[in-house]
Write a protein that binds this ligand. Structure first.
Ligand SMILES: *[C@@H]1O[C@H](CO)[C@@H](O)[C@H](O)[C@H]1NC(C)=O
Ligand SMILES: *[C@@H]1O[C@H](CO)[C@@H](O)[C@H](O)[C@H]1NC(C)=O
Ligand SMILES: *[C@@H]1O[C@H](CO)[C@@H](O)[C@H](O)[C@H]1NC(C)=O
Ligand SMILES: *[C@@H]1O[C@H](CO)[C@@H](O)[C@H](O)[C@H]1NC(C)=O
Ligand SMILES: *[C@@H]1O[C@H](CO)[C@@H](O)[C@H](O)[C@H]1NC(C)=O
Ligand SMILES: *[C@@H]1O[C@H](CO)[C@@H](O)[C@H](O)[C@H]1NC(C)=O
Ligand SMILES: *[C@@H]1O[C@H](CO)[C@@H](O)[C@H](O)[C@H]1NC(C)=O
Ligand SMILES: *[C@@H]1O[C@H](CO)[C@@H](O)[C@H](O)[C@H]1NC(C)=O
Length: 489
């Protein structure tokens, strides 16, 4: 490259970044990045003080007022929380993603231009990962393709603490479901700041997958009176067995460190002082994963009667109408468990077990929430994803597994593909983005205008997507479909 070209090249890249409007927020003034001519991204925006040192295992603390003449580079996502993973068909125990305790951040994708002077609707996304892993910056959670296609919607994704760091159950702690409190503070931050990005704080919808979806199910009760958002989108995750707290997992973890102490306050202080990696190592050596051991608890949300209640508590609150009565879109896939059970690469999973697991943990809880919500008159929609596009299936035996709909919805099929991506999968992905964007723009009436009937038992109102590996939707009566599955339990 000649000096002149180099000079011109650097001039143009400077001009490029100067073109991108700075955004003033309560976290400081942000310099974003253009990821496409139509999409700007502001990534890794801190929304709370780093939960480190004395703040480790503490509820998230708002940032102290930032110096607004200080410009923060918001070019890249923050690291994720330290991860606790287990082996599935997709992942071994290491995610390869950067980890840190300084990770309470939000990623925002917004259209470069908007035509109306009104604020844009916002989709806020909570990632999954069993409350033990996951991060908003992982490539499969990018909002780029969604905003590129929809053009008048903002996409924001939230990092929250997971596993021991987000859900420590030390007997010395008052608040233990910290990851859920992180989510709340992030949504409050968006309410207070999204207008600066061109968004409308009164038109936000909360969406989540898996553990993110379970979080939203909790949210609708915890914040019954003040949900902030105007619609909920719960993908493949409903509360199942919710552990109560007896402190055992915390104690057995502390026993693996130098901190074990009968004096639980002293133990907690010590646990705040040791390196995060030491905690990760201690955690990895025990089964600190609530959903493989629903009795022990710890490392995932536990019943505290503030942020999380028992299933009976939820049923009573629902019956009393004590939940946020805002529109709900709820979904699952036909063979969720294909991606979470032990498997053989050649033979696959035990399909009987996969069906049972899918029915018990996904289909019937989703059916129950759809039935109950719709019967109170709250606008409810429900879809079932049944696509088996070979290009996005890692093994021939896999069917519509946990998360397979999310790849299409966020337009991440190229990144996830195992062979050339065909037209049908792209077409269905676009259709799904348009449907969800219709819900985000107008949670009350958007989906009906889009052509999806409200969920109602006895009517053809269960939206089936991707059947026969084709684009488009079919509408079937849900009662018969569920009766066969849920009676079986
Ligand atoms: C704010 O940041 C600017 C730029 O870094 C600096 O010049 C100024 O002194 C800071 N103001 C305060 C009150 O810290
Ligand atoms: C804005 O209007 C122009 C011209 O009508 C159109 O091409 C563009 O797609 C619109 N942009 C959005 C975000 O709707
Ligand atoms: C922790 O260690 C103490 C002392 O060795 C022991 O009595 C206790 O049973 C251990 N607790 C757990 C949960 O491992
Ligand atoms: C939550 O409430 C239930 C029912 O009132 C009670 O049995 C349980 O002990 C409470 N749990 C906590 C952690 O407060
Ligand atoms: C509704 O639920 C909230 C949170 O669970 C609780 O604080 C409130 O007392 C309940 N209200 C009624 C009327 O039961
Ligand atoms: C598959 O799972 C079912 C249900 O748990 C069990 O009865 C059956 O023995 C399993 N089949 C095999 C081949 O392991
Ligand atoms: C929802 O209602 C339909 C029709 O009554 C029923 O078949 C289905 O089993 C219900 N779902 C659950 C989980 O009870
Ligand atoms: C899902 O698709 C398969 C074909 O791939 C079909 O046999 C099955 O009936 C579909 N399931 C539902 C619930 O539509």
């Amino acid at each position: 490259m000649s000096l002149v070209t180099l000079f011109l090249f650097s001039l143009s890249s400077i001009a490029h970044s100067l073109d991108i409007p700075l955004v003033k927020t309560t976290s400081g003034t942000l310099q974003g990045i253009a990821q496409h001519k139509d999409v700007l991204a502001y990534l890794g925006i801190p929304y709370a003080q780093p939960p480190m040192g004395a703040l480790r295992f503490a509820p998230p603390q708002p940032l102290v007022a930032a110096n607004s003449s200080q410009v923060l580079d918001s070019y890249r996502s923050s690291p994720g929380c330290f991860q606790f993973t287990y082996e599935t068909a997709f992942a071994d125990r290491s995610t390869g993603y950067a980890e840190s305790e300084d990770m309470l951040s939000i990623n925002i994708w917004k259209p470069t231009h908007k035509n109306s002077s009104e604020g844009l609707p916002v989709m806020i996304f909570l990632h999954g990962g069993g409350f033990t892993s996951g991060a908003n910056g992982m490539p499969q959670y990018s909002g780029l393709e969604f905003v590129k296609r929809e053009r008048d919607v903002i996409f924001a994704s939230v990092n929250y603490r997971v596993n021991l760091f987000g859900f420590p159950n030390s007997p010395a702690l008052e608040d233990k479901n910290l990851g859920l409190l992180d989510q709340r503070l992030a949504v409050e931050w968006l309410r207070d700041n999204i207008a600066a990005f061109g968004g409308d704080p009164k038109r936000m919808v909360l969406a989540g997958h898996s553990a993110g979806s379970i979080s939203i199910a909790y949210w609708s009760f915890t914040y019954a009176a003040e949900p902030i958002v105007k619609g909920l989108f719960e993908m493949s995750g409903q509360p199942g067995l919710i552990p109560t707290d007896d402190g055992t997992s915390w104690t057995s973890l502390a026993n693996k460190t130098e901190c074990a102490n009968e004096d639980k306050t002293a133990e907690l202080e010590c646990m705040r002082g040791i390196p995060a990696r030491t905690l990760k190592k201690a955690m990895s050596a025990i089964n600190f994963l609530a959903f493989t051991d629903p009795v022990i608890g710890g490392g995932a949300p536990i019943i505290d009667n503030t942020t999380v209640f028992s299933l009976e508590g939820y049923a009573a609150r629902r019956a009393a109408g004590n939940f946020s009565r805002i529109p709900l879109l709820v979904s699952h896939t036909t063979h969720e468990a294909d991606a979470v059970l032990p498997f053989s690469p050649t033979i696959g999973v035990n399909t009987t077990l996969s069906s049972l697991f899918t029915m018990a943990s996904f289909q019937c809880p989703v059916s129950a929430i759809a039935n109950a919500t719709a019967s109170t008159g709250v606008p409810t929609w429900r879809y079932l994803y049944n696509g088996t596009f070979p290009e996005v299936l890692p093994y021939d035996w896999m069917r519509a597994f946990h998360g397979s709909d999310l790849q299409l919805l966020l337009g991440q099929v190229e990144g996830a593909a195992y062979e050339e991506v065909g037209e049908a999968v792209r077409e269905l992905g676009g259709y799904m983005m348009d449907a969800v964007a219709a819900f985000v723009r107008d949670p009350e009436a958007g989906l009906e205008a889009f052509g999806w009937p409200r969920y109602e038992v006895g009517k053809e109102s269960l939206v089936v997507l991707g059947g026969e590996s084709k684009a488009g939707a079919e509408f079937v009566e849900p009662g018969a479909f569920d009766a066969a599955a849920c009676e079986y339990l």
